[in-house]
Design a binder for this molecule. Structure first.
Ligand code: ADP
Ligand code: MG
Length: 314
């Protein structure tokens, strides 16, 4: 009898400690111009450190933060510039996806994106001549990377807005794993990365936003233990003028917002930097032309059209 009670006590203690380790902590903040959330089965301190890490990366990868790697490159007048290894790594991935997408995704869109102010109170369309001039400087082949030294040639400038949030989510996941966290969900404004499922064996639920609804309306809900789900939408940043939607995903050849009937593209893929770049690339390419690119990265996509059509690739 005594032995049985002792065994029950041990079991109860184990259960109590197990539960303690399985409490989820969360933090919400505003980083990289978007609302970010970390939910992790980890101490609050670790979750707060994850948010701090997002800020550290923002200071390195933001185009507007003075002294960031991107800022230094864009102000280097074409001179070779030493950057952080992470920046070099992200640029290598960006150039690879630019090349594989035939330039549909191109981080040298900076001179074009600079001509648009999607937050303006009274939005205006950029001058067509300015767009044409800026488009001449857009070409990912102007990015030369040698180790951690980067050179922007022929007046190129970079904007990592289409890939940085995804990359940061990957780095935050790596940080949490290093801290021994086995289960977390990182959300950087629609760039979602999960790992480890929930401790009770359940998967994480990730809503794909209904492009015609509010941020709280889901078109469908995906269940995932590990991986990235990243959405690019025309509802994200943009304005309506004379019945036309002008938004932040630009055709690098013209500098105009892509108008191909798509409302959003959601990518499912192992790695969230790749998923982020692919979401932008596939938005520009459209469902038919995206097949090969998606296959190259083992990724899946859900294209939602403005008319309500849903196309899954593959
Ligand atoms: P979000 O920022 O809403 O997550 P995206 O990942 O689709 O959306 O990235 C859009 C951002 O990427 C734009 O705000 C701009 O900074 C940049 N961008 C726009 N068009 C392109 C493009 N064709 N290729 C690469 N980056 C782009
Ligand atoms: Mg993207």
């Amino acid at each position: 009898m005594k032995r049985l009670s002792a065994a029950i006590l041990v079991l109860l203690l184990l259960f109590a400690f197990g539960c303690k380790a399985e409490v989820m902590h969360s933090a919400v903040d505003f980083v990289c111009d978007t609302v970010v959330t970390v939910n992790a089965y980890a101490p609050q301190e670790t979750v707060d450190d994850a948010i701090r890490l997002m800020r550290d990366y923002e200071r390195v990868l933001s185009k507007t933060v003075e002294g960031s790697d991107v800022w230094k490159l864009n102000h280097a007048n074409g001179q070779p510039t030493e950057v952080n290894p992470e920046t070099a790594e992200l640029l290598r991935l960006s150039v690879e996806i630019a090349s594989r997408s035939g330039g549909a995704f191109d981080v040298t869109v900076a001179p074009l994106s600079a001509l648009w102010d999607f937050n303006a109170e009274t939005p205006v369309l950029p001058d067509p001549d300015d767009l044409a001039d800026a488009a001449k400087r857009v070409d990912y082949r102007n990015i030369a990377i040698d180790g951690n030294t980067v050179t922007l040639k022929n007046g190129a400038e970079i904007d990592l807005g289409g890939v940085a949030k995804g990359y940061i989510a990957d780095r935050v996941a790596a940080f949490l794993r290093e801290r021994g966290v086995r289960s977390a969900c990182i959300n950087m404004g629609g760039n979602i990365l999960v790992f480890g499922g929930k401790p009770n064996g359940a998967k994480w639920s990730i809503g794909v936003r209904d492009p015609n609804g509010t941020a709280a309306d889901s078109e469908e809900v995906l269940s995932l233990s590990d991986g990235a789900v990243v959405t690019s939408g025309s509802y994200e940043r943009g304005f309506d003028l004379d019945g036309v939607r002008y938004h932040h995903i630009l055709d690098p050849k013209t500098g105009m917002p892509v108008q191909n009937g798509l409302a959003s593209v959601t990518i499912l893929c192992e790695n969230s930097a790749t998923a982020d770049a692919l979401s932008t690339a596939c938005f520009v390419l459209g469902p038919t032309a995206s097949g090969k690119l998606l296959a190259a990265y083992g990724a899946n996509a859900i294209f939602l059209c403005s008319d309500g059509t849903r196309i899954a690739v593959p």
